[in-house]
Ligand binder design. Structure first.
Ligand code: SAM
Length: 359
């Protein structure tokens, strides 16, 4: 028992030192990053989360930015093994919102106070680049003070440029993994990590506030792959990072795999916050799905964005990227007051401003 106590004490001082170094220098050698990722002692992890909160508050205070998420299509030309809306999943009831449906979501969101709209969808070739451009132009004309984030996958550079010229401000494209072997485990032949990374570089060059990111605990993910993810983020220097647990979906090849854990996700949120103090970092819906207080714990580990769902109620269940995705309670935009209450209960406040990245 005494030995155990002593061990925990040593662990604490070591992790205190590593977290402090990361706080001061925004980087650590690979070994230090691995040690943080392997830490399991609760007290030690609380120290890490505390540093991450401090780093976040330095730049963003206690504001939690809110984005209205519109999942506008679940058609996808891709076949990622982990994803519930992959092309070969025959069980999905496919839907594609019309531009009028999307405008109605934006109108409702605006009335609820939202000033950033995230248009997310599978890579759906049922829309032309011009269709998407028209939607962006409409939103920007009607609500000039609002920001539009696209999260719509991989397209040619000239298409990204065209949407940017139409007024899109931000683009979320998780790189998923920076490790080639791991990438191959998650994606079929025909998809490429190099292409994904090229898209991310192009988005940044064009001038988008760009978000990369990855799932935590996806099949085949090693500590080395996670360190590679962190190094890739250091090279890309994104404005945002989407980091949430992998959760299996029953009609995918990964149906029987294990979900990512709360503690590993929280550790990564903290590490990313410390490495990139000014980054916008969502406490994701997936985190809220694996634990009832997942998003609050995410905020307490350094996250500063939440993305309630503004999609029409009748399509929400059809955008099942993973099993049991929460979509009707306070994660729905209409549940904003409850969300506000939850955030307040941990000492933070929802911020409805458009909330640009300070990176
Ligand atoms: N098509 C766009 C793209 O590729 O970026 C956006 C939609 S895609 C469904 C959004 C994100 O969902 C992916 O980047 C992936 O990380 C996440 N996702 C997909 N399946 C998931 C799963 N089973 N568990 C957790 N997250 C998942």
């Amino acid at each position: 028992m005494e030995g155990k106590k002593r061990k925990a004490g040593i662990g604490n001082s070591k992790i205190r030192e590593l977290a402090k170094q990361l706080y001061l220098n925004q980087t650590l050698p690979d070994k230090g990053l691995r040690e943080l990722l392997e830490e399991t002692d609760k007290e030690a992890l609380d120290l890490l989360y505390g540093y991450a909160r401090q780093a976040c508050q330095l730049h963003y205070g206690k504001k939690i930015y809110v984005r209205g998420l519109i999942e506008f299509t679940n058609y996808c030309r891709n076949n990622c093994y982990y994803c519930g809306i992959r092309r070969e999943n025959q069980k999905v009831q496919r839907y594609r919102l019309s531009k009028e449906d999307i405008y109605a979501c934006v109108k409702e969101g605006y009335a609820l106070g939202f000033r950033t709209f995230v248009l997310q969808g599978g890579e759906d070739i049922g829309y032309t680049a011009e269709n998407i451009g028209e939607i962006i132009c409409w939103v920007k004309q009607k609500y000039p003070g609002c920001a539009i984030t696209l999260s719509f996958g991989e397209w040619d550079r000239d298409v990204y440029q065209y949407w940017f010229d139409c007024g899109a401000d931000r683009y979320l494209l998780r790189h998923e993994t920076a490790d080639e072997e791991h990438y191959r485990r998650l994606h079929p032949v025909g998809m490429s990590l190099l292409k994904r990374m090229e898209c991310l570089s192009q988005l940044k060059e064009i001038g988008y506030q760009t978000g990369a990111g990855f799932m935590v605990g996806s099949p085949g993910q090693t500590l080395e792959a996670l360190v590679a993810d962190l190094r890739y983020l250091q090279t890309l220097k994104p404005h945002m990072a989407g980091i949430g647990p992998f959760i299996p979906q029953k009609d995918t090849p990964f149906a029987k795999e294990t979900a990512g854990t709360l503690s590993m996700t929280l550790k990564l949120l903290s590490i990313v916050r410390l490495m990139f103090p000014k980054i916008l970092l969502p406490a994701t819906t997936a985190l809220g799905t694996i634990h009832p207080q997942g998003r609050e714990l995410g905020i307490l580990a350094g996250a500063n964005v939440v993305m309630p769902n503004l999609s029409p109620a009748n399509v929400r269940l059809k955008y099942q990227l993973y099993d049991n995705k929460i979509c009707t309670g306070e994660e729905a935009a209409q549940g904003k007051n409850q969300l506000e209450e939850r955030v307040r209960s941990i000492g933070y406040e929802l911020c409805m401003e458009r909330g640009d990245s300070k990176v």
